[in-house]
Design a protein around this ligand. Sequence first.
Ligand SMILES: [Zn+2]
Length: 259
Amino acid sequence: MKKKLPAVRPNVGIEAEYRESLQKMIERMHRSVMYWVTAAYRKNEPEIAKDELPARALQRSMKRLARRWEKNIDEVAPKLAAHFARSTLTRSDKALERILRNGGMTVKFTLSKPMRDVLQAKIAENVSLIRSIPSQYFTQIEGKVMRSVQRGRDLSELVPDLQKQYGVTRRRAALIARDQNNKATSAYQVARQTSLGLEEGIWMHSGGGQHPRPKHVAANGKKFKLSEGLPVGDKGQKVLPGEEINCKCVWRPVIPGLT
Ligand SMILES: [Zn+2]
């Protein structure tokens, strides 16, 4: 048996699946906004610029659309978040089981009470992130539409602005998927490994990012307690690999008594 086990890495397939689900949802929302904006402008041009009434009506109708999408996404968020959090847990458990088996230990994980708590926390975290997508998006879209109306601009000037916001929202979804996949894997692994009496890890810096954190590069190879982490957080706080935004670092579990 080796004294250090290989690291468990976040599963890229799950990240891709989560990202695609979020982006599909955003695409449907954006398409409905573009449809609505086009129809509203066609109906009101050219008096849209001069008259205050159409502007107010436009704003009301836009708010209705925003509320409808917020409600839709509120409803799908728990299901989507649960699916993501559960798949991440299943894959994370399978990966650790395989690593332990190769090291000569047979373990079959079950959904224990502490594990269920971690799972519930991850579901809740993702539900609120998913719900924040339409509210952030519509705040920006409403602002852009109302400014366009006030300045008497036409649709051809507004559309590129709305498309740009669509891109921003899609990229935010990609970041959520990547970051939550790293964070969930990290949290699940800490819970599982400590339940097995594995209490330490060797930090492994994972590049790939264009802007590696120098503190994480320096942490590479350092031993830490899974209950504590290393003081390499962006604010100097103790963090675990994969815990900070966009951090792809992982760790190798240390088998106690053998180092
Ligand atoms: Zn890192």
